[in-house]
Design a protein around this ligand. Structure first.
Ligand SMILES: Nc1ncnc2c1ncn2[C@@H]1O[C@H](COP(=O)(O)OP(=O)(O)OP(=O)(O)O)[C@@H](O)[C@H]1O
Ligand SMILES: [Mg+2]
Length: 195
């Protein structure tokens, strides 16, 4: 970039990994609204905290209160939303943080861009749930509004959700409790020596 020069830091990500005694990764949750991304991510964060791990959870609704409060739900705004989020996730990851991202992230291309940016420690977690079940749960009453036409561009109703083809972890949240889902993720992280 013109007239912008990278300034080297004295403390590296590796130094911080040693300080925190942990191996960072990005746990990228994707799935329909109501599939259980936030519910599972919040439980996972609690488990990791109890294990002495330092984490950051970037959650869709919460990030839209601040960093992305200027964005809506058009295809373009969703893409910009995820561009900011993947850059934020990369910053935390580079600083040795176990980073969780729980956004619907409906488009394969955006998830692919996040995977490319983060590299080998990108772990895609597909929270797979039948849309009928999501609609029945409707924890925020959003499906009802989408069906009434009060919300436009709602994922799974009048906007696409592109299912991940080869996620590192797939959880069928209509058949698995949040506690069991957390166990699946913890086992994955232990097996691969992240924790
Ligand atoms: N097995 C399960 N796993 C996760 N959530 C479940 C499960 N069974 C029931 N639920 C309920 O389903 C709802 C999932 O809502 P949650 O807000 O976590 O979804 P979300 O994927 O984060 O949606 P959004 O994209 O709108 O933020 C919660 O009310 C949760 O209690
Ligand atoms: Mg959520």
């Amino acid at each position: 970039m013109k007239n912008i020069v990278w300034h080297e830091h004295k403390i590296t990500g590796k130094d911080k990994e040693n300080q925190l005694k942990q191996t960072p990764c990005v746990l990228w949750f994707t799935g329909l609204s109501g599939s259980g991304k936030s519910t599972i991510a919040v439980e996972l964060e609690k488990r990791l905290y109890e294990k002495g791990k330092f984490t950051v959870l970037l959650d869709g609704d919460n990030i839209r209160h601040g960093l992305c409060s200027d964005l809506g739900f058009s295809v373009e705004d969703r893409q910009e939303n995820l561009r900011r989020v993947r850059e934020a996730a990369k910053l935390f990851y580079d600083n040795a943080v176990i980073t969780m991202v729980s956004f619907i992230s409906p488009f394969a291309e955006d998830r692919q861009l996040a995977r490319k940016l983060v590299g080998k420690d990108f772990i895609e977690i597909f929270i797979n749930c039948n849309i009928k079940t999501c609609e029945k749960r409707d924890p925020k009453g959003l499906y009802k509004k989408a069906r009434n036409g009060e919300i436009k561009g709602f994922t799974g109703i009048d906007q696409a959700y592109e299912e991940p083809e080869s996620p590192e972890i797939k959880i069928n949240s209509d058949q698995t409790t949040p506690e069991a889902a957390v166990e699946i993720i913890i086992s994955y992280l232990v097996e691969r020596k992240y924790i």
